[in-house]
Design a protein around this ligand. Sequence first.
Ligand SMILES: Nc1ncnc2c1ncn2[C@@H]1O[C@H](COP(=O)(O)OP(=O)(O)OP(=O)(O)O)[C@@H](O)[C@H]1O
Length: 297
Amino acid sequence: MTRELIKLENATKYFSVKNNIGQTETIVKAVDNISLTIDRGETLGLVGESGSGKTTLGRSILQLEELDSGELYFNGQELRHLSKKERKTYHKRMQIIFQDPYSSLNPQRTALDQVKEPLNLLFDKREAEEKAKDILKKVGFTESDFTKYPREFSGGQRQRIGIARAVAVEPEFILCDEPISALDVSIQAQIINLLVELQQDLGLTYLFISHDLSMVRYISDRIAVMYLGQIVEIGSTEQLFDNPQHPYTKKLLSAMTIADPIKAREQQKNKKVQPTNIPRTKEPKWVEVESNHFVMV
Ligand SMILES: Nc1ncnc2c1ncn2[C@@H]1O[C@H](COP(=O)(O)OP(=O)(O)OP(=O)(O)O)[C@@H](O)[C@H]1O
């Protein structure tokens, strides 16, 4: 067993986007030469603006997207060069919790059936049912809920079913892709606390994608900041919030505290950095050349 559960080395995933007559128009560098590790039992938060590549990175780890190049290790085993059959054994060890619990559940199936479905492939019928019932109870349901359909549950309850389904097969790694953003604010903390509880009980490792920086701060041991397909900064949660290094991270964090009038006034006073003012050093450096646009100089 390795300390690092997930390791990516020089991972790259580009998409070619075609125009309406089928010609390749642009190449989107969704994941651009990323190397990172996620330790067993930790939560790595992943933040960055929309389109920066967070979901593509997460889906690439789960092999729901095929990387163009680079290495992907799970518990020390490189996965990209395994045969399809060998890779299959790793699928159950990595699961996903989706943003929208409603569309990820089958409307025609009861809560119990949703959770039982992946277990039916691994256990006999009775054992699958017992396990599904146990896990539904663990995430807060009672026997009377087992035969209800998704439409009969609230958003938070549906997300609990999604979580139960993901943890039922005893994975080691879970990609939590915006798991609370579709939920009422009053429910979000309950779901976060459930994820923390399950992590402690089951020894889970999370990659937690969210736009909600305060939630990311609460749940993450470390945080990675993504910008245009690259990880521009990664560090402990404390370090990243107390002493952010990259201008893009500073920008993200300042947007979080913009409601604070004192901070907002201070920010107004700070002049924007113009590229011409920047002395070229040997070390490449990211600077903001216009609002929300950063370049390496
Ligand atoms: N299947 C695809 N085909 C073409 N382009 C894609 C595909 N999937 C993602 N992209 C592009 O790759 C880039 C990264 O997308 P991705 O969804 O990973 O970003 P994100 O940071 O998760 O965004 P959000 O926060 O909005 O979910 C975007 O420009 C997106 O349009």
